[in-house]
Design a protein around this ligand. Structure first.
Ligand code: 13P
Length: 266
């Protein structure tokens, strides 16, 4: 009963459905351009208009992939990170303004790999979220718990705290521009997907938490994506959950056919 009610509500709400491919540190420039072209061609031929596809490429690919996705109307471009500083003496870093100038419209922020290998903190991510929104781009804000936290039963407290510390300073208008990606660390690249029920439970908890802070109407507008070993064979069940609005796809986004079949899973 609950499930049916959720389904009906999901159909009425019409949140944006998004499938984003996070290439991580894969594909050299020519391989990346070939992959982007293949994705755009298949998407243009086969995908409904109601799904937004995003390619999250390494920085060096952005400006050329921008030309490939331009005009498709269905495929958009994202960076995988930005500096928390606007500009200046930060050798090797990339600013939001640079990313924007390539034509990218999204930025992945707070991926667990950046939190782990680059010690990105919730406070630093709050600054990156602000810079992204101030420049008119959409943050894809990643959150998620380790296996240890999941096994201790504290996963909801942990993930909601990530939202509190990085997002809850935003206004109602601003938070509605954020896309949230729930990526349990134990499911990333491990082949161990969260069950559709585990994903739904966390997504519902996050939406309830957002509703507590911003009200139900605002929470209902926010797309929450699932990430972690999502594949063509498990995406349909994941995306059928009332609070799962799409996916952030790692490994399976490196093959155009697999990636687009995930996007076709709604
Ligand atoms: P996999 O799909 O390879 O598990 O990666 C998920 C991810 O980290 C996407 O950002």
């Amino acid at each position: 009963m609950n499930y049916l009610w959720g389904e009906t509500r999901k159909n009425q709400i019409m949140r944006k459905k998004i499938v984003a491919g996070n290439w991580k540190m894969n594909k050299n420039l020519s391989e990346g351009l070939a992959l982007a072209s293949e994705v755009v061609n298949i998407v243009n031929d086969e995908l409904n208009d109601d799904v937004t596809v995003v390619l999250c490429t390494p920085f060096i690919h952005l400006s050329q992939v921008a030309k490939i996705v331009e005009g498709s109307g269905k495929v958009f471009l994202s960076a995988q990170n930005i500096s928390e500083h606007e500009s200046g003496a930060y050798t090797g870093d990339i600013s939001i303004e640079m990313v924007k100038s390539t034509g990218a419209e999204y930025v992945v922020l707070g991926h667990s790999e950046r939190r782990e290998y680059h010690n990105e903190s919730n406070a630093q991510l709050a600054k990156k979220v602000d810079l992204t929104l101030a420049n008119g781009l959409t943050p894809i804000f990643c959150c998620g718990e380790s296996l240890e936290i999941r096994e201790s039963g504290k996963e909801v407290a942990y993930v909601t705290n990530q939202l509190t510390e990085s997002l809850f300073h935003l206004t109602e208008d601003e938070i509605q521009k954020v896309v949230i990606a729930y990526e349990p660390i134990w499911a990333i690249g491990t082949g161990r997907t969260a069950s559709s029920q585990q994903a739904q439970d966390m997504h519902k908890s996050l939406r309830d938490f957002l509703a507590g802070q911003y009200g139900q109407e605002v929470a209902d507008e926010i797309s929450i994506l699932y990430g972690g070993s999502a594949k063509p064979d498990n995406a349909p069940e994941l995306f059928a959950q009332p609070d799962v609005d799409g996916g952030l796809i790692g490994g399976a986004s490196l093959k155009a056919r697999d990636f687009v079949s995930i996007a076709k899973s709604f």
